[in-house]
Design a protein around this ligand. Structure first.
Ligand code: UDP
Length: 239
């Protein structure tokens, strides 16, 4: 068997990853393609937990800017992450990969409620667990959800798949061609230099709990597997 660097991972996908070329909504073909990539990693024997964002559907902050009450707008955002979670579950199960969706806001007709010990048991039994509805609380992000769930299930690392960016740079590589990519950073570097990988709540939580983070380009096929096998294709934060 190939040498696996991370045996239990928390894969963070932004909502954008579900949208495909249109850039918004859920594109089933794009979701199928991601599911196929995840299946490759699953077949290595890696235990996989997933957090999906909701930015392809709704962001609470944007709703608040348009006049909605922030907390209410955030609940709409959390429900969006459940739509993404169910879509990815469907795509994975079509490929015969066993999954469970657990939501931080109860909706028992469509998913299990989040129960940490049950989530861990699912992982041990070889089921992929998708965490929907973020933390269940407004004013948080799905990045913070990733750091929190990674700590709770004792994941070896958060694999943060980005759309079209292959790591963390000292400047925006899309605007500045001379921008330099970091291979390795500490969480403190990220916080003190204000590098925009995750929001500061998520970074602090990752630092305090010693959770490694690997930032990589999700758009290159096979990349999730490369990260799990320890190939140096992105930026590692922590460890
Ligand atoms: N959200 C929230 N609490 C959480 C996680 C998410 O209120 O614990 C809401 C928030 O409104 C956010 C939206 O869900 O804007 C979608 O999540 P996020 O912006 O993190 O998605 P991504 O940018 O990763 O697609």
């Amino acid at each position: 068997m190939a040498d696996i660097k991370y045996k239990r991972v928390l894969l963070k996908l932004s909502g954008e990853a579900m949208a495909g070329e249109k850039g918004y909504g859920i594109d089933p073909q794009t979701v199928n393609a991601i599911a196929a990539e995840i299946k490759e990693v699953y077949e290595l024997g890696v235990e996989i937990a997933i957090v999906i964002g909701g930015g392809n559907l709704w962001r609470g902050e944007a709703g608040a800017e348009l006049g909605m009450e922030r907390a209410q707008a955030d609940y709409v955002g959390m429900l969006g992450t459940v739509m993404n979670s169910l879509s990815l579950q469907d795509a994975l199960e079509t490929l015969d990969v066993p999954t469970r969706v657990q939501t931080a806001i109860e909706m028992r007709q469509v998913a299990e409620p989040y129960v940490r010990r049950k989530a861990v048991r699912h992982l041990e039994k070889g089921r992929i667990v998708i965490f929907g509805a973020g933390t269940g609380s407004p004013y948080f992000s799905t990045d913070t959800t990733s750091a929190l769930r990674a700590a709770e299930v004792n994941a070896d690392a958060i694999l943060m798949g980005k759309n079209g960016v292959d790591g963390v740079y000292n400047d925006d590589p899309r605007k500045n061609p001379a921008a330099v990519k970091y291979e390795h950073l500490t969480h403190m570097d990220v916080l003190s230099q204000g590098l925009n990988i995750m929001d500061s709540t998520a970074s602090t939580l990752s630092m305090d709990n010693d959770i490694d983070l690997v930032v990589f380009n999700l758009n290159t096929s096979g990349n999730i597997k490369r990260v799990v096998l320890g190939e140096n294709i992105g930026t590692t934060v922590g460890g």
